[in-house]
Design a binder for this molecule. Structure first.
Ligand SMILES: Cc1cc2nc3c(=O)[nH]c(=O)nc-3n(C[C@H](O)[C@H](O)[C@H](O)COP(=O)(O)O)c2cc1C
Length: 357
């Protein structure tokens, strides 16, 4: 089975083709330090046999915190607490990459203590407050913050970083004509809109050196009015190798389009597969595909046809952290029904499967 053949992303060797996609744990303290239940969750994941774990998004700058209990990587003082996490994974023979992110307008003044920043003062939804347009100085500061955050992940023993450029967060906001209305060099045309992402990638690469694995999760298409089309997304895919990126995970959607509910039969699965097929023709980089993949048959088919090199999943691993071992032992699909009850309701702690079935 191809699923259990070793794979490689840049200098990173992986024991199989299964990836735990970034999943916000919501198990960090006020400063962003992982708490003990988070370490336990990652220990169980590593023990369960997954090839690569990508952490939930970690904020690179205090203004980039998306929600309470989010993990932080914005300060050197966080390194020891983050190191406890990478060490826990390594002890179980796993590999772990940190996803680094800035929320941009997808946060609130309650969470960050000031008006959220964004490329342009465009609200995320009708009725939401308008974010503050970033100054040139703020743009430079956040680019630097991504680089420094990657350096901290490296110092904390992570096996790589993944730049979050999907799901409507800051990089996606710069890429998207629906959120980036700037008329300067950061937005006056399609090429300018990509400058922020390109410079983030450059800052990260500068900080971590040539051999350190740098991945990205790309929102290849926004599915909102006036947003990025698939063709805009493919233009980004074409640039990633020259920007120093080692692998791309294909996702999409501003808002909740990236976490579809009720994936019940094989026909509902792999909802970004057609976009990944197009990406395959646009780059030679290793491709990870995410989005509703649940059954071994679909996973094998994707790998056999060569569309993707890695199968990435989020929700199934919340319910079954040992899913790789189960699949290898003959279980034919994840038991996750994609009901989205894993996200904690207000006042509850951390992700977990809240489906009793
Ligand atoms: C509780 C929860 C938290 C998530 N957090 C992140 C995140 O931090 N970063 C990210 O890129 N995607 C995040 N996602 C999206 C998933 O990584 C994935 O792209 C999406 O759920 C579709 O994959 P799935 O059908 O296998 O769950 C999250 C999804 C869920 C359900």
């Amino acid at each position: 089975m191809k699923l259990f053949e070793p794979g490689r992303i840049g200098s990173l060797e992986l024991r199989n083709r299964l990836v735990r996609s970034a999943t916000a744990e919501q198990m960090a303290d006020e400063a962003g330090r992982p708490e003990p239940p988070m370490i336990e969750m990652y220990t169980a994941l590593a023990r369960g046999g997954v090839g690569l774990i990508i952490t939930g998004h970690a904020y690179v700058h205090p203004t980039g915190k998306a929600h309470p209990a989010m993990t932080g990587v914005y300060d050197d003082a966080l390194i020891p607490a983050l190191q406890a996490l990478s060490e826990a994974v390594h002890r179980e023979g796993g590999k772990v990459v940190m996803q680094i992110n800035h929320a941009g307008r997808q946060t609130s003044a309650e969470v960050i203590g000031q008006r959220p920043l964004a490329p342009s003062p465009v609200a995320r939804a009708k009725g939401s407050p308008r974010p503050q347009e970033m100054t040139e100085g703020q743009i430079e500061e956040i680019i630097r913050a991504f680089g420094l955050a990657a350096g901290r992940a490296q110092a904390a023993g992570f096996d790589g970083v993944q730049i979050h450029a999907a799901h409507g967060y800051l990089i996606n906001q710069f890429n998207s004509p629906a959120a980036n209305w700037r008329r300067d060099r950061w937005g006056k045309n399609a090429a300018s809109r990509l400058r922020f992402f390109e410079q983030v990638a450059a800052a990260v690469r500068d900080e971590v050196g040539d051999d350190y694995p740098v991945l990205t999760k790309l929102g290849i298409q926004d599915f909102v009015r006036d947003g990025m089309t698939l063709y805009d997304g493919l233009e980004i895919v074409r640039h990633l190798a020259e920007w120093g990126i080692d692998a791309v995970e294909i996702s999409g959607g501003i808002g909740s389009a990236n976490v579809r509910k009720n994936i019940l039969r094989p026909g509902d699965e792999a909802y970004f597969l057609s976009q990944a097929r197009m990406a395959r023709r646009a780059t030679d980089l290793p491709i990870l595909v995410v989005g509703g993949i649940r059954s071994r048959e679909v996973m094998e088919r994707i790998l056999e046809e060569g569309t993707a090199d890695f199968i990435s999943m989020s929700r199934p691993f919340i319910r079954e952290p040992d899913l790789p071992k189960r699949l290898q032992a003959g279980q034919d699909k994840a038991t996750c029904v994609s009901c989205n009850s894993c996200w904690p309701p207000p006042g509850e702690y951390g992700i977990k499967c809240r489906n009793e079935g």
